[in-house]
Design a protein around this ligand. Structure first.
Ligand SMILES: Cc1cc2nc3c(=O)[nH]c(=O)nc-3n(C[C@H](O)[C@H](O)[C@H](O)COP(=O)(O)OP(=O)(O)OC[C@H]3O[C@@H](n4cnc5c(N)ncnc54)[C@H](O)[C@@H]3O)c2cc1C
Ligand SMILES: NC(=O)c1ccc[n+]([C@@H]2O[C@H](COP(=O)([O-])OP(=O)(O)OC[C@H]3O[C@@H](n4cnc5c(N)ncnc54)[C@H](O)[C@@H]3O)[C@@H](O)[C@H]2O)c1
Length: 487
């Protein structure tokens, strides 16, 4: 018989979304709650993810706008080459994120309504967790342990001082030269930042960039990105050598047997993420994981063990902070709040991810929501794709003089429901939001075109893509409601 030191209504493992989105509302609703966190409060997003990366990327974008080509376009000359004080920026980033994390932890420590265990948790039974020398029990347990960098089995790599995003976001000094491995979100965002602040980077991409993106956007991203960053695309990595402080990565280009290599001072490995579920000792519970170690959950975030839930990255569905947040909000509405009222969980409406958006904060920037063109083709849904280029708008063209950028909007041919939208170009992570609102409400083309768009804001591009979809519907002889024809 296991001795139980303390019992709770709600316990979350992981102080990212688990803390802010579940444990905090739980104790605010009067439930007995505990948080277990082995590292810093705030999880990946605050300490080594979204926040520090954007704190580096934004100044990089300011600097990129000062590149001679950009300035000449707007008839500006700069007498001296702009430089970035990396040490000052690094210090600002580190102090800000560490301060926010420390404050969050301090406020939890000072709060008598919640217990904090600063250890690595592991299960010792379905509702039992070992936290240091104590065993605690939770009626409801939320696994919110996120993901960690995944390292490929590449001969010669293990034991070398390569960087992952964790180290890149804490760099004390910029390397002069660097090799990046990977073509996903992390590789493209952080390599963009490093290249812009002056690191001579070569990026090695196995097959394609940002593979989950709508194909057309992916192609334009590749065209623009590879003009900005030196990339080798389409290859098989062979091995890594670390000698005299230098990394050499050997690879064969696709279709060739000949081994080639690239050498640099630093190596950045950005080849995906993996869930840290092995240490959780899930074998002592009924919680099952899939082949990659992600916790299996249903559409109510229930694991295969009653009363145990998984949210965020570890559930392997959507690996975004805004997704983890929504998972937490859903659990509070459907399980935590009813529990605080002495009621059973409400498993009536599954979580709705159909309007899950994303953005890639690289150069170029991309954003999307809903179905891709290839999804609609595969699903046999009749649609038209309304498209517009940035330069075909007053702001994107005449004012900003954009040489790239697209907005594409996918509309159901019969119902005119907006099914997806994909963008590439300046500020598209902001522009996408009007379409998120429409898709979220299963809105139609007339909902977009009926809105008055501010002239000549960049958002007119979204409307113009909608107009293009309308014209395509009309060209196919599809009868349109009167209010659509002149918008
Ligand atoms: C470089 C980078 C940039 C990113 N940029 C963005 C972005 O711009 N926008 C976006 O939406 N997403 C971004 N992401 C992804 C985002 O960070 C994650 O989707 C999000 O943080 C997941 O939240 P989570 O709560 O599921 O897990 P996490 O935030 O990872 O939190 C999990 C916590 O659990 C703790 N933990 C793990 N195992 C245990 C254990 N056994 N016991 C106790 N504690 C444990 C960890 O220490 C961690 O603090 C980025 C990620 C990276 C790496
Ligand atoms: N802006 C954002 O929202 C944002 C930013 C960063 C990260 N994230 C999240 O973090 C997750 C992880 O990002 P990521 O970039 O690590 O993963 P990813 O899955 O986006 O990209 C991984 C890349 O590594 C490559 N790769 C994998 N194994 C390889 C191997 N053995 N050899 C060569 N290349 C290999 C893949 O082909 C791919 O290009 C993303 O899925 C995303 O959801 C989001």
């Amino acid at each position: 018989m296991v001795h139980i030191d303390k019992e709770y209504d709600v316990i979350a493992i992981g102080a990212g979304a688990g803390m802010v989105k579940v444990v905090r509302p739980a104790f605010q609703l009067g439930l007995k709650a505990a948080i277990i966190e082995k590292g810093r409060f705030g999880g990946t997003c605050l300490n080594r993810g979204c926040i520090p990366s954007k704190m580096y990327i934004h100044p990089s974008s300011v600097l990129r706008h000062m590149l001679p080509d950009e300035l000449e376009k707007h008839f500006i000359t700069l007498k001296e080459k702009p430089t970035i004080d990396f040490e000052a920026l690094r210090s600002y980033v580190t102090t800000t994120i560490d301060g926010t994390s420390d404050n969050a932890e301090r406020s939890i420590k000072a709060n008598p309504k919640v217990d904090e265990y600063q250890v690595e948790a592991k299960f010792v039974g379905d509702h039992l967790l070992q936290v240091g020398d104590k065993v605690i029990k939770g009626k409801m347990i939320i696994i919110a342990v996120g993901t960690v960098p995944q390292i490929p089995k590449l001969p010669g790599l293990e034991g070398t001082p390569y960087y992952t995003s964790n180290e890149i976001l804490r760099l004390e000094k910029l390397p002069k030269t660097m090799i990046t491995i990977g073509g996903g979100y992390i590789a493209c965002e952080l390599t963009y930042f490093l290249k812009t602040v002056g690191v001579d980077v070569t990026q090695l991409v196995r097959s394609v960039f940002i593979r989950a993106e709508d194909e057309e956007i992916q192609q334009e991203f590749t065209d623009v990105y590879t003009k900005y960053v030196n990339c080798k695309v389409g290859l098989t990595l062979k091995r890594v050598e670390h000698k005299d402080g230098m990394f050499t990565v050997y690879y064969t280009p696709t279709g060739s047997e000949e081994e080639v290599s690239v050498t640099a001072e630093a190596l950045f490995v950005a080849t995906g993420v993996t869930p840290p579920t092995k240490v959780l000792n899930l074998e002592s519970t009924g919680v099952e994981v899939d082949q990659r170690g992600f916790v299996k959950t249903d559409e109510f975030m229930r694991t295969t063990a009653p009363g145990i839930y998984a949210i965020g990255d570890v559930a392997g569905k959507w690996l975004f902070r805004h997704a983890a947040n929504r998972d937490g909000e859903y659990l509070v509405e459907h399980v935590v709040y009813p529990m605080s009222q002495g009621q059973e969980p409400k498993f009536d409406t599954p979580i709705d991810y159909h309007a899950m958006p994303h953005a890639i904060f690289s150069f170029p920037e991309c954003a999307g929501v809903g179905k891709r063109e290839s999804d609609l083709v595969k699903e046999g849904i009749p649609f038209v794709a309304g498209k517009v280029k940035y330069h075909n708008s007053a702001m994107g063209g005449e004012a900003m003089r954009s040489d790239h950028g697209t907005v594409k909007i996918l509309v159901h041919k019969e119902t005119r429901e907006i099914l997806g939208c994909h963008m590439l170009g300046e500020e598209c992570s902001i522009m996408i939001h009007e379409v998120i609102a429409i898709i979220n409400r299963h809105g139609k083309l007339e909902d977009l075109l009926g809105m008055i768009h501010i002239h000549p804001a960049l958002s007119e591009l979204v409307r113009n893509a909608g107009r293009n979809a309308r014209d395509k519907l009309a060209a196919e002889g599809i009868e349109l409601p009167l209010n659509l024809r002149w918008c």
